[in-house]
Design a protein around this ligand. Structure first.
Ligand code: PEP
Length: 253
């Protein structure tokens, strides 16, 4: 049993559409969850999702946010806009954003500040790639990502999450073991204490993401430093995702 409700977040990436929204919503609304659930569809579906889920506790969020507040930035969506349409959180620095769209730790820092100002909960994604993993550089990479993105934030009364997503585990079917995840989450917590202080660090939930399925969700959530899950591929199957959420219910207080 956890001290606080685990957070399970679905990242649909560039997938889904009206059909998936309808089946997902139908599946969510038949259950009541003790775990906290979030869902991040593509931007254009956020408003529909928010209106379908308005009578539920399920949070809707975005997969990204602009580092700019407003102005001549074609194609961008600001934190304030996301808040206005009903988002509760936003993913920041997902490895696909870092790899494909060349986002870096400095832009993550600015995006976190924008999100906090707009009262959106930022979920900062961090993690090492396969080569870095093989070379034993996991802690060095996380140290850099955390120490560059997090210092100087005004967190008083705000919520922040970290998602540890080893790149080698994303979409590969090769999840990190529960023991590996526990060890890394302990390290992340230790660095959060250094950067934010013990009190603020104690409030930060650390999620694991990377090939989470209903078959490994329970053992991951059983780890003391795993406060929730970020689910990609398996969240596109509403029944599968709902099962993962039900597993999270079992460890909720
Ligand atoms: C992700 O990309 O955030 C993710 C966790 O993907 P998957 O579950 O498919 O590995």
């Amino acid at each position: 049993m956890k001290k606080r409700a685990p957070l399970v977040v679905a990242n649909w990436k560039l997938n889904g559409g009206t059909d998936l929204i309808c089946t997902s919503v139908a599946s969510f609304l038949t259950k009541s969850f003790k775990a906290e659930i979030g869902i991040a569809p593509p931007y254009v579906y956020i408003s529909d999702m928010v209106s379908f889920l308005r009578n539920s506790a399920i949070m809707v969020g975005s997969q990204n946010v602009s580092k700019f507040a407003s102005g001549a930035f074609t194609g961008e969506t600001s934190a304030q806009m996301l808040k206005e349409v009903g988002c509760g959180f936003c993913l920041i620095g997902h490895s696909e954003r870092r790899q494909v769209f060349l986002e870096n730790d400095a832009s993550c820092h600015t995006k976190i500040e924008r999100a906090l100002t707009a009262e959106l909960m930022p979920i900062l994604c961090v993690g090492e790639n396969n080569q870095q993993h093989e070379l034993g550089l996991t802690q060095d990479i996380l140290y850099r990502q955390l120490h560059q993105a997090l210092p100087g934030l005004e967190l008083q009364g705000k919520r922040l999450c970290i998602a540890y997503e080893p790149v080698w585990a994303i979409g590969t079917g090769k999840a990190a073991t529960a023991e590996q995840v526990q060890q890394v989450h302990e390290y992340i917590h230790q660095e959060l204490v250094e950067i934010l202080g013990a009190e603020a660090a104690g409030q930060v939930q650390i999620l694991y993401g990377g090939s989470v399925k209903k078959d490994n969700a329970a053992e991951l959530l059983a780890m003391p430093n795993v406060d929730g899950l970020l689910v990609g591929g398996a969240s596109l199957d509403p029944e599968h995702f709902t099962q993962i959420c039900s597993i999270a219910n079992d460890v909720a207080p």
